[in-house]
Design a protein around this ligand. Structure first.
Ligand SMILES: Nc1ncnc2c1ncn2[C@@H]1O[C@H](COP(=O)(O)OP(=O)(O)OP(=O)(O)O)[C@@H](O)[C@H]1O
Ligand SMILES: [Mg+2]
Length: 388
């Protein structure tokens, strides 16, 4: 099984289909998730759809060229889109999304108490997995507004590329954590009376815990937990709703990888994980693939020719022979890289022969403007049929 016989991913069919409402680009760090998401957004918009792209940490120049270099957590219309469609883009600001949830679900005084709470501040800015929760939350919000035909979602460069899928579960286990449970249990059990009980309970514990944590920190934790108690229930319900949304037929996952062993190993793992979670996989985007227009000259023949030139010596071989030999060696090196990429890709195809693949060649420079995104999208959409 080689890549040549793998089914081809038809990106335009996916983007044109009115049933497609959410496209999620996921994969290992640095493979081109953000680029792919933005390129698909541009292409879908220029084919007439109303699209929003939710990006995470885009490169500064790309963000600037899309007009989203300021973090304000709301979608901005991207200028310069051809045709009748519209493209909106936003850059996800984790802390701001967290704050918005608090503001939307707590009354003004309580919201202020939470937002000013140091425990909340460190939690919202730093706690592991915040990015994934917030991406889920924002996706849910955008989908609920129903103002777009298509939402393209970029995912964070998690150390484990699977964190995005784990968000609802991990949020659950955070909420079920022993410390939080101990602090919230009386309040849950008894409503208002329970809150009083909680406070009494807390003051009884203050002696011991206060010594451990310091009394002002303990007060912070106490205020935080009391205020967040009602909030978190809804949070978790919404994360679960978004999770189900991701499983729905209107969603398409694209796994992005480069033709390198580590990236493809993570891609394979991702494909399996999506299947296990019953998430709809549309295909694999193989990005930054190297090609040569001189592939008919093999590495072996190029090296042999270079050696022959060297052996004849400058006098015999004539002026420029040294340069020619160097060029042949460079070509041989490149052909070896290509062969290595091909073997790596074929190994993936052998493991997952059913996964449709689209290849995008490596462009000479970074992709940082609409023209570059159009180029990537064009490469992505023009896949030769197997055996062609
Ligand atoms: N086909 C391509 N040709 C040339 N450069 C590319 C291509 N695709 C992406 N790049 C460049 O590679 C770099 C990484 O791409 P990108 O930011 O999209 O990756 P990512 O998967 O989102 O990374 P991270 O995991 O850090 O979020 C960028 O500088 C981008 O311009
Ligand atoms: Mg990215």
């Amino acid at each position: 099984m080689s890549l040549d016989t793998a089914p081809r991913l038809d990106a335009d069919a996916l983007l044109n289909d009115p049933q497609t409402r959410i496209v999620v680009c996921c994969g290992a760090g640095g493979v081109g998730k953000t680029t792919t998401a933005a390129a698909l957004g541009v292409r879908a918009a220029e084919r007439g759809r109303r699209v929003v792209v939710l990006t995470i940490d885009p490169a500064k120049r790309l963000a600037q060229s899309m007009g989203i270099d300021a973090l304000d957590n709301s979608p901005r219309r991207v200028a310069g889109i051809d045709g009748s469609g519209e493209l909106y883009a936003m850059m996800l600001d984790m802390k701001r999304t967290f704050d918005e949830i608090v503001e939307a679900h707590a009354d003004a005084d309580r919201a202020r108490a939470i937002l000013e709470n140091p425990f909340y501040q460190s939690l919202s800015a730093g706690f592991a997995g915040t990015q994934e929760y917030m991406a889920m939350e924002k996706l849910g919000q955008l989908r609920a507004r129903d103002s777009w035909d298509l939402i393209v979602v970029d995912t964070p460069p998690s150390r484990s590329a699977l964190d995005f899928l784990d968000a609802p579960k991990r949020l659950g286990s955070f909420l079920d954590g022993r410390f939080i449970r101990m602090l919230t249990a009386p309040a849950k059990a008894g409503g208002r009376a329970g809150m009083k009980f909680l406070n009494v309970g807390m003051s009884m514990m203050t002696g011991t815990l206060g010594k451990l944590l310091g009394s002002s920190l303990l007060r912070d934790v106490q205020t935080f937990v009391a205020a967040m108690d009602t909030l978190f229930g809804g949070f978790r319900t919404r994360a679960e709703a978004t999770y189900r949304l991701l499983q729905a037929p209107g969603t398409a996952f694209l796994v992005v990888a480069t033709p390198e062993r580590d990236a493809l190993r993570e891609a394979a793992y991702f494909v399996e994980r999506l299947e296990a979670d019953r998430m709809p996989l549309a295909g694999l985007v193989l990005n930054r693939v190297h090609e040569s227009d001189a592939a008919q000259l093999s590495a072996e023949r190029a090296l042999a020719a270079a050696e022959a030139l060297d052996e004849r010596g400058v006098d015999d071989a004539g002026a420029g022979a040294g340069d020619a030999a160097a060029l042949l060696r460079l070509h041989a090196e490149r052909m070896q890289v290509l062969a290595h990429e091909r073997r790596t890709r074929d190994r993936f195809a052998a493991l997952h022969p059913e996964v449709p693949v689209a290849q995008v060649t490596a462009l000479p420079g970074d992709v940082h403007d609409l023209a570059g995104l159009r180029d990537v999208a064009e490469l992505l959409a023009s896949q030769e049929a197997p055996g062609a």
